[in-house]
Write a protein that binds this ligand. Sequence first.
Ligand code: ATP
Ligand code: MG
Length: 412
Amino acid sequence: MQRHLIGLLLGTEEDWPRAFELLLGRVGKIRWQGGTHELASERIVNEPFDLRSKPRYDLVIDRLAWWYQLPREWLKKAALMDDVYLLNNPFTFQSMEKHSAYCAMMRLGLKVPETWMVPHKVPPENERFQATAERYNAPFELADVGARVGYPLYMKPFDGGQWVGVTRVADERELHDRYDASGERLMHLQRAVEPMDVFVRSLSIGPETMSMAYDPGRPLHDRYQVRHGFLGEQTGFEVVTISRLVNAFFRWEFNSCETIVRGGEVHPIDYANASPDVALTSLHYYFPWAIRALARWSAFCAVSERRMRLFQDSRRYFEIGDDESLSYEEQLRRYRALADAYFSADEYREFCAAVLPHLDEATVELVESSEFDGVLVDAVRSTFPQHEHERFVAHYRGLLSAWARDQTPATR
Ligand SMILES: Nc1ncnc2c1ncn2[C@@H]1O[C@H](COP(=O)(O)OP(=O)(O)OP(=O)(O)O)[C@@H](O)[C@H]1O
Ligand SMILES: [Mg+2]
C-alpha cells in the first residue's frame, strides 16, 4: 500500500479545505496499475526548516505563497530538491502579473484589447532616478496615449488583483485625473471591451475548466450566475482553450481567467491568479465541482507520480503564434492539443474513469451530508453580518441542493 500525503498550505480559509478533507476521506483505496494507494491530507505549519530536510508531502496545494515569503521559499526548496508536486509552482509567480500574460497572449495571436503601459506618475525612490530620467526619459503627452488606446478605457495596475486601482476612464479629462491619482503604481491603459455580450470567468484545475457567466458589478455572493450552455459550442471551446492555453504556457494548474465576449469574439482581459477564488460563498453552485476537481487532480498527480515541470517551454507555442499561414481557428486547435498534452488530459480522463468512478456519487453524498451543511453554515457566519445569516444559509442551501439534483441520474 502506498500512502500519498497532500499538504495544504493555507491562510484564513476554512470552507474549501474542510470540504476537500471530507471528500478525500470518502475516496477510499485506489487501485492503479497493480498497486494500491491511499490519499491523506494535512495542513502544513510554517516553521524553521533545514534546506536538506525531506518533506513528507507528494503534492502541495498552496494558497499562501502569493503574499507570504516563508512558505514561498519552502515551496521552492521542495520543488527544486524534493520533486514535490505544486499547485501552483512559485517559480511561475513572476509571470503572475498581468503584463507578462498580456505579452505572451498577444504574441500567440489572442484578441487582447489594445494595451499600453505608461511610466509611473510618481517615479521610484532612487537617488539615481533624477539624473537617469533627465538623460533618457522621453517626455510624453498622456492625452496622445489615451487617444491611441481609444475611449472608454481601463486604467489598471500592471500586476494588479481584486480591483485595486482599476478605473474606467471615459475621456481625456478623466484620464489626467486618474493618472495623477495613480501615484507609485505602474499602470496599463487598456481599451474597454464594450458593450459586452457576456463576461466569463473560467476556473481551471489541471485539465478541468468550468466557464461561468460572471457579473463583476454585482455583490460578491451573486457574481457567478448559474447558467448552462450560455456560450454555444464554438465560443465555449474557444474560452476553454484560451484558459487552458494560458495555464499550460505558464505552468499554472489552479487558476482563473477572465474573458469578455463581444459580437461573438473572445477577448481575454485577466489571466493570472496565484490563489484563485474558490470560496463557497462566491462559487456556491459550482463549489462542489471545484472540490471534486481538486481531489481528482491531486489524486492523479500523486498516484501516477506526475512530475512537475519547473520551467516553461514557450518555444512550441510561439512557433504556432508566429506562423502567419495559420488561421486563428487553426492556431486555437493546435494550442488546445499542446495544452491538453501538457495536462495529460486523456490519461487524466482514463484515470478518473478507471479508479475514481465513485467520486461523482461521493461528491453528491458529501454535499447532501450534515458535515457539509456545517461547512456551509460556518462559511456564511464568517462572511456575512449576523442579521443576514438566516437568509444566506437558506440561499446557499438552495443553490447547493440544486447542484446535487442536477447531477445526471447516471452519476446518482
Ligand atoms: N478591457 C476591459 N474592458 C471591459 N471591462 C474591463 C476591462 N478591463 C477590466 N475591466 C473591468 O474591470 C474589472 C477589473 O479588472 P481586472 O479583472 O483586470 O482587475 P483585477 O484587479 O484583476 O480584478 P479581479 O481580481 O476582480 O479579477 C473587470 O472585472 C471588468 O469588469
Ligand atoms: Mg479580474
